[in-house]
Design a protein around this ligand. Structure first.
Ligand code: ADP
Length: 600
């Protein structure tokens, strides 16, 4: 159907209900057919528009379809820009006429009052642009003449839905653009159908516009969210990589730790605060015949048995209270052979200083124990064997010295004194060796009893008085009236050892002080002070070790054995006390020891 022949009288696109009788006149049938065609076309174009999500594509389809249906010479979509100017952004135009697409329209062509009218849904249908009644300004007519426009139909495209129902009283719509149809060869009287089609399609464009904006908004959200997700994903990936690397490093270090601990001939373990094994090395299997799998998670009592656990229990408790402990124990190996072990527990504390468990190190000391036993036995035997002949030698020399068996020459007398001195020294040495051996082997038990400190101090001073006199040294005692629980013989022995040293190393006319005092931490402190030669600071600790002397000639000159201080330390330690020396060279020394008042 040519547009020139097309009826100008169409008013609506609503389908008519066709009745069978009476027979429809031919003119009405023709009209009905065209109406049906238009309805079909409209449905088609709406579908095409809706099928596209691309806004540009929708605009292009709209102008093409409108141009096709209305058989207009030009159909375009004009977008109104915020500054009042505008631009044709989509166009379908017959080849005979100039294209308007992408041309920018100056503001004068589209004044603000027009914009306001369009914003409330005003439709303009101009049958003849040159007709004065159309009311177009000269300037506009001049402008549109360039494009051969004879008739035009302008429908606003609003950004709100159903924008054509908006009134001036309701909230104003946003004018987005215009859907414009042109006839270029002659004026054209626009019929209702054309107006309605244009309005409906402008509405479709509004919907599409809203959808496009929504889509754009959604795309923006999706883009932001995608970027966020990618970032989260990236950091998750990083975290996974870091964790995998950390786990691999942990595995490597665990393997290394296991390699090292398995190679050591000692028991190494970690026990948690519920006394259950969380780590143990291979030596457990070699020693106890229990595999790592059996031991892991088992408690101490299960692994060691009741008897052994009873002996270790007290130290386990101390370790779980946060105290490092070392003790000796007897364990049974897998073949039933007993083995002496040295055990150390080191508490494991977290950052809040809570005890999480402890590390346990157990080493075999049965060889050392056996050697110690042999040495003790040897010393005991040798000393006993020496003591008897020495005693008779000493007695014989004493008898000779009396002269009852005949007088000796002066030289003979001198030789006798030397022999007597040295025999005495030897007796002291043997006695000291025996004392030390007996204390160290635990052969002697301290027979503690309550006694006044004063009594012990006087006893020791009285015993040393002859020696002090012999050396011309004054003994000054400041006794203290306090009761202590000690083995008095051994404490007197310690005191006399210290007094004897102080006298020996004092110059004649010197004074040696013996005093005692109460310390604030429930201890009593005994001190022996002299004004003698003093002791170098680097020797203050070593002199407590066996046979250690400041000067190796001391033993010869002063008649010492180098065992006195060792014995003193053993005695004091047996009383849970401490002993030490302080000294200033050339000014004198102080030997002090504490005894806990708790023992009282
Ligand atoms: P000794 O029998 O040799 O005195 P000790 O173990 O009693 O053995 O003393 C070890 C060494 O400590 C002494 O030989 C001496 O060198 C030094 N010593 C001990 N007491 C004193 C003191 N009061 N003044 C100076 N040196 C001392």
């Amino acid at each position: 159907m040519s547009k020139r022949k097309r009826s100008k009288s169409r008013q609506t696109i609503q389908p008519h209900i066709v009745k069978a009788n009476p027979p429809v006149p031919e003119r009405d049938r023709d009209e009905l057919w065209r109406q049906r065609q238009w309805v079909k076309l409209f449905a088609e174009v709406t579908l095409k528009i809706r099928q596209s999500l691309q806004f540009r594509e929708i605009l292009r389809a709209t102008v093409t379809e409108v141009q096709r249906i209305l058989q207009a010479d030009r159909v375009l979509i004009y977008q109104v820009l915020p500054d009042g100017t505008g631009r044709a952004i989509s166009e379908a135009v017959l080849p005979d006429y100039p294209a308007i697409l992408d041309l920018e329209f100056p503001e004068e062509v589209f004044p603000t009052e027009y914009q306001k009218l369009y914003a409330i849904g005003r439709v303009r249908a101009i049958a003849d642009v040159h007709d004065k009644s159309a009311g177009l300004s000269e300037c506009l007519i001049e402008f549109i003449n360039q494009f051969n426009i004879k008739a035009k139909l302008i429908v606003p495209i609003l950004q709100n839905l159903n924008s054509h129902q908006q009134t001036e009283t309701s909230s104003p719509n946003q004018l987005w653009g215009l859907l414009i149809a042109h006839h270029c060869d002659r004026p054209h009287h626009w019929v209702d159908f054309e107006l309605e089609l244009m309005q409906q399609l402008a509405d479709q464009i509004s919907i599409a516009l809203a959808q496009a904006q929504l889509l754009e908004h959604l795309e923006e959200i999706v883009e932001v969210r995608t970027a966020e997700l990618q970032e989260v994903n990236r950091s998750l990936q990083q975290e996974i990589n870091d964790r995998m690397q950390a786990e691999a490093a942990l595995r490597r270090s665990e393997e290394q730790l296991r390699l090292i601990t398995n190679a050591l001939p000692v028991l190494i373990a970690y026990v948690d605060d519920r006394q259950c094994y969380r780590f143990n090395n291979k030596a457990y299997e070699d020693w106890l015949g229990q595999s790592t799998g059996d031991i892991y998670g088992s408690d101490l009592k299960t692994v060691w048995g009741n008897n052994c656990y009873e002996r270790m229990q007290v130290y386990v408790k101390l370790a779980l209270l946060g105290q490092a402990v070392t003790y000796e124990n007897e364990i049974l190996l897998k073949d039933g052979i007993p083995c002496s072990v040295n055990v150390t527990y080191i508490p494991h504390l977290d950052e809040q200083k809570n005890v999480k468990g402890f590390f346990a190190l157990t080493s075999d000391i049965s060889d050392r124990k056996a050697i110690e036993r042999m040495k003790d036995e040897f010393i005991a035997v040798v000393s006993h064997e020496l003591r008897t002949p020495l005693t008779s030698l000493h007695s014989a020399l004493k008898i000779l010295a009396t002269g009852r068996l005949g007088n000796l020459s002066n030289d003979g007398q001198q030789m006798l004194e030397i022999a007597d001195d040295n025999t005495e020294r030897l007796v002291r040495l043997v006695n000291n060796v025996l004392d030390l051996q007996r204390i160290e082997s635990g052969e002697v038990k301290m027979e503690k009893q309550i006694i006044k400190a004063e009594t012990l101090m006087i006893q020791a001073t009285e015993a040393m008085q002859p020696m002090a006199q012999q050396h011309g040294v004054v003994l000054a005692v400041k006794p203290m009236d306090i009761e202590i629980l000690v083995d008095s013989d051994y404490i007197v022995q310690a005191l006399t050892n210290l007094l004897s040293n102080a006298i020996k190393f004092s110059s004649p006319d010197g004074t040696v002080w013996l005093s005692a005092e109460n310390l604030p931490n429930a201890e009593v402190l005994f001190s022996v002070r002299d004004e003698g030669q003093g002791i170098p600071s680097d020797k203050l600790e070593s002199i407590f070790e066996r046979f250690q002397q400041v000067d190796s000639s001391d033993s010869r000159r002063k008649g010492g054995t180098g065992l006195g201080l060792t014995i003193c330390r053993k005695i004091i330690e047996q009383h849970e006390g401490k002993i030490w020396a302080e000294s200033t060279l050339g000014k004198g020394s102080t030997f002090a020891f504490t005894l806990p008042l708790l023992n009282l």
